[in-house]
Design a protein around this ligand. Structure first.
Ligand SMILES: Cc1cc2nc3c(=O)[nH]c(=O)nc-3n(C[C@H](O)[C@H](O)[C@H](O)COP(=O)(O)OP(=O)(O)OC[C@H]3O[C@@H](n4cnc5c(N)ncnc54)[C@H](O)[C@@H]3O)c2cc1C
Length: 380
């Protein structure tokens, strides 16, 4: 077993780390306080080729693997959870389903510009009455002539306001057993009838765009249905499995940042005539944080490696997502504790880590849903 990264993986990590530290880090507090989606930073991310890491060169991508992509998410997430979330959602939820399931024409029209970094995309699954139970989708798509007409509502969709295209799920018919058939449709952002509002006031990841989408008689050509019309449900489960690796990588980034900040502060802060890092109570917290970061990162690598090998990875991506998101939350909480009162102040940033980390226990399947996925794989 070889735990070493390849030269390409190391190079990408270094390049993204430099970019993250020099360009994103100085803006992170402002992005959070002012809930400002960093559009210009995403243009740079696109130019660097990061939006195309896991897609083949023939579709405008970099031909990298999932491990390389996870490293990029971790490095961006380490400096800014908002930018990290929007980056992960653009690649894993926006572009990836088109790559996995799209026809050649759909890939040329919709994936190539995304992989080349010329735009972002979104994935609209969640609805006001269908969250964890995504099978309860109420949005409907009706085939009339050569067009699907879509009506419904989606909520909390990442990047929608800035997206070039949005893949939405909708009920398109009934199976013989009476259950709904759910399909996915690629909807260009400028399609008439598509309304996007971004008025949510969020606890964390405040600079990541989160939008409500209203679809009123939205017409798309019948060619815009994604892949096999009857397999939309399975498609989004596979998409979420992949997305969970990136949410886990984001958790590792936030947990690593929490550890870095807490360690540096503990060595600097003196109480009772000595650095607080001399106290065993503080050392034990740091030791636990370091161990959990290492473990979470290894879980991300393993799930990513399985995906790259074409092996089943549903259980491992749920393990990684569950453990890394809870590690991020615990580490951020301990980082605040180690900073004492200063940790409660915005300028020390660790309180932001906690607010950002909380989202990771909710989005792309809550922690409870990850436990359900794992239990099912155990045969329960
Ligand atoms: C900032 C943000 C960005 C998001 N981005 C996107 C996006 O880009 N695209 C998208 O489609 N969605 C997105 N979401 C939605 C997200 O995926 C959902 O919030 C999530 O899946 C949970 O659904 P819910 O909020 O409706 O919670 P609910 O499903 O109502 O769950 C409420 C509680 O009940 C628990 N629960 C539910 N069912 C079970 C069960 N069977 N067993 C045990 N416990 C259960 C849950 O774990 C949770 O604790 C985003 C959400 C946020 C907050």
């Amino acid at each position: 077993m070889n735990f070493e990264l390849t030269k390409e993986q190391e190079m990408t990590r270094k390049m993204v780390r430099d970019f993250a530290e020099n360009v994103i880090q100085p803006r992170a507090i402002d992005i959070d306080i002012n809930s400002k989606f960093p559009e210009d930073i995403f243009k740079e991310i696109g130019k660097l080729g990061l939006l195309g890491i896991p897609f083949p060169e023939e579709y405008g991508g970099a031909g990298g693997d999932t491990i390389t992509y996870a490293l990029a998410v971790e490095e961006i997430g380490r400096v800014c959870g908002s930018t990290g979330l929007s980056y992960a959602a653009a690649v894993s939820l926006g572009a990836s389903p088109i790559y996995y399931f799209g026809t050649e024409e759909q890939k040329q029209e919709f994936l190539v510009p995304l992989a080349k970094g010329e735009g972002l995309a979104s994935f609209g699954l969640t609805e006001p009455n269908a969250g964890s139970d995504a099978g309860g989708t109420q949005t409907r798509a009706e085939l009339i002539g050569d067009e699907y007409i879509i009506n419904g509502e989606k909520c909390w969709i990442t990047n929608a306001e800035y997206a070039r295209s949005i893949t939405v799920t909708a009920v398109s018919g009934k199976r013989e057993d009476g259950k709904n058939i759910i399909s996915a449709f690629i909807v260009p952002r400028d399609t008439p009838g598509l309304k996007i509002n971004s008025n949510y006031d969020k606890m964390g990841v405040r600079g990541s765009n989160t939008s409500e989408i209203i679809l009123e008689d939205v017409k798309v050509p019948k060619e815009n249905i994604l892949g096999d019309p009857k397999k939309g449900f399975g498609q989004f489960l596979y998409t979420l499995d992949g997305g969970r690796i990136s949410i886990a990588a984001l958790g590792v980034g936030i947990a690593q940042a929490s550890l870095d900040r807490a360690l540096a502060y503990a060595k600097e802060r003196k109480q009772f005539g000595q650095p607080i890092s001399n106290f065993q109570a503080i050392q034990f917290k740091l030791a636990d944080m370091a161990m959990e970061v290492e473990l979470a990162r290894n879980m991300v690598f393993k799930a990513a490696w399985l995906k790259d090998q074409g092996k089943p990875f549903t259980k491992e991506s749920a393990y990684a997502k569950l453990f890394a998101s809870e590690t991020a939350f615990r580490s951020a909480n301990q980082a605040i504790q180690i900073h004492g009162g200063y940790g409660y102040m915005r300028e020390y940033e660790v309180e932001r880590y906690l607010r950002d980390a909380k989202l990771l226990e909710i989005g792309e399947g809550t922690s409870e849903i990850q436990r359900l996925v794992i239990a099912r794989k155990l045969g329960c």
